[in-house]
Design a protein around this ligand. Structure first.
Ligand code: GLY
Length: 547
């Protein structure tokens, strides 16, 4: 009753990580960015306006992954009879890139690993197509946050101290912009005046303020000084793309995800299609039986990912991958009693012996339009090179290509053809901003950071919601598992009973390790009442806010 009374008046925060509302909801890793999104909704902006504003705000307040120097995917579910759409703003390889430029190994802290950034063109395209408020209104909150500064959280303080303590962080501009005479601590204010100027150029001139003129000249100068390949011409030619999402079904729900060049949507749907053939909820989530079943489906889906997926503008992706018939074939040899060795799945791929930072946020507005956005610099703080005088970090996304042609390793390196480097090509991603819908209405908006673990984090949240009927908080909190074909092992998040579970799975032939997965900020919309529950993940910082 109390909840209903509170909802009549607006949103009801249970704690800063959880909110319920009949109006708009925003979930993200960064409390000031969530506040920006809620404010945009209160000013009459729709979910796309809020998502673009949150994205620019996180470029200021979550510099390890929020960005204007990287790229990502924005999935928009307008609702009703309007088609969902994906804005693909993945980075591209510069024109001077070559297939084997990293064959001898890549220095992850070098501008040579930077792809041509896509975020600003991507946000501009999404806003032009579906936004309501003027462009300037959605960029300006980020301008202000950068100029006036914001109090860093304990989590951000720790991450800044970590990257500054690392001797591999050699770029002087990075140290000038993010450095501090003593250690960062919660509550210290981070001001970024150069970034504020760059964002002002974007607010006033749109993407031209980034890809041409003064900012573009600064990027080119920095890249030349730091050994990178991006040229002014690469910047001028960069185009964000509007793509049809991957759409499938799982137990009567529509599941919508990003298409290639992200592997997220196809890999998620292949895994769900295999699981649909079994009664997952016969055993509890986290039981040996369910963990084995889910991991075996993941193993097969990730092998398919390695065989087939890359930039669709460069490689032909088979049409049948997400069909139910294909899942039947893939899972025909599933054995509930024992693990299938990964090496058996693709004998045609020679396998030799042998960073995961991104951020996700979601928005639902009062009218039910939903946005699921994941974007990244690849590793935390990208290649740790800040563009001199422009205040933002360059990505190291080129390392998401298969950098060693022909070299697929038991350690997880992939060398298959579809994702080899070529000029202008987009590197394969695992980003998986996902929306689950029923009867034309979004019911779940989710996604995660974490490299290849992203897809399996999303899978866990979807399965907990659909199969087990978990509420948003429980679905996000539930311990996660990951298996990606190679390495041939399952990683499990720590949990009560970890050792017993490990023993049971080891007896089936699995290798088990302990590892944390990414923060999957999620919104659930009750299809009957329309009440939205935002659950920001507690694994990291995070805030759920409502109108
Ligand atoms: N850089 C992480 C991904 O795109 O999957």
């Amino acid at each position: 009753m109390q909840l209903l009374l509170a909802l009549a008046a607006g949103s009801a925060p249970a704690d800063s990580h959880t909110v319920t509302s009949k109006g708009g909801v925003v979930v993200s890793v960064s409390p000031p960015a969530t506040d920006v999104g809620v404010d945009i909704l209160k000013r009459g902006g729709n979910a796309v306006d809020a998502a673009v504003a949150v994205g620019f705000a996180e470029a200021v307040t979550w510099p390890e992954a929020g960005n204007i120097g990287g790229g990502g995917f924005m999935l928009v579910y307008p609702g009703g009879d309007k088609e969902p759409v994906v804005f693909d703003y993945r980075e591209t390889a510069p024109a001077a890139a070559t297939k084997d430029m990293f064959a001898g190994g890549a220095n992850f802290q070098s501008a040579k690993t930077a792809g041509v950034p896509g975020t600003v063109r991507g946000f501009e395209l999404a806003h032009k197509r579906l936004g309501k408020l003027p462009w300037k209104d959605v960029v300006t909150p980020a301008v202000t946050l950068a100029a006036d500064g914001f109090p860093v959280s304990d989590g951000l303080a720790k991450r800044l101290n970590g990257v500054l303590d690392d001797k591999k962080t050699t770029n002087a501009e990075f140290r000038r912009v993010f450095g501090k005479a003593d250690k960062w601590k919660a509550g210290d204010v981070l001001k970024q005046p150069d970034l504020s100027k760059t964002l002002t150029a974007i607010a006033e001139n749109g993407s031209a303020g980034f890809y041409t003129g003064d900012v573009a000249a600064k990027i080119a100068a920095e890249v030349t000084a730091s050994g990178g390949l991006i040229t002014p011409d690469d910047l001028k030619k960069y185009a964000a793309k509007e793509r049809k999402p991957v759409v499938g079904t799982y137990r009567g729900f529509d599941v919508i995800g990003p298409p290639p060049p992200s592997s997220g949507g196809i890999t998620l749907l292949m895994t769900l299609n295999m699981l649909e053939r079994h009664e997952v909820k016969k055993h509890p989530w986290g039981s040996p039986e369910t963990t084995h079943l889910v991991a075996e489906a993941m193993r097969r889906a990730f092998c398919e990912r390695a065989k087939h997926l890359g930039d669709p503008d460069f490689v032909k992706i088979p049409d049948h991958l997400t069909t139910k018939e294909h899942a039947k074939k893939l899972f025909a040899d599933f054995d509930p009693t024992k693990a299938t060795p990964s090496a058996k799945l693709a004998p045609e791929i020679e396998v030799k012996d042998g960073g995961t930072d991104t951020t996700h946020y979601g928005v639902v507005d009062k009218d039910g339009m939903a946005v699921s956005n994941t974007y990244t610099l690849e590793n935390a703080f990208g290649c740790r090179v800040v563009v001199r005088g422009a205040g933002f970090i360059l990505n190291n996304e080129m390392t998401d290509f298969n950098t060693r042609p022909g070299v697929t390793t038991t350690a997880g390196g992939i060398g298959t053809d579809p994702n080899l480097i070529a000029p202008g090509k987009r590197m394969l991603s695992s980003m998986c901003p996902t929306i689950v819908a029923k009867d034309g209405k979004a019911v779940l908006v989710t996604g995660s950071p974490g490299g290849r673990t992203i897809i399996n984090t999303v899978l866990g949240i979807v399965v907990n919601t659909v199969d087990y009927g978990a509420d948003a908080r429980s679905a996000v909190d539930a311990p996660r598992l990951h298996m990606q074909w190679f390495p041939d092992k399952i990683t499990l998040e720590d949990r009560p009973g970890f050792e017993e579970l490990k023993k049971a799975l080891t007896a089936k032939g699995h290798t088990i390790a302990k590892a944390k997965q990414g923060d999957g900020h999620t919104i659930h919309i009750d299809p009957k009442t329309g009440v939205r529950t935002g659950a920001a993940d507690k694994r990291l910082d995070g805030k759920a806010g409502g109108e």
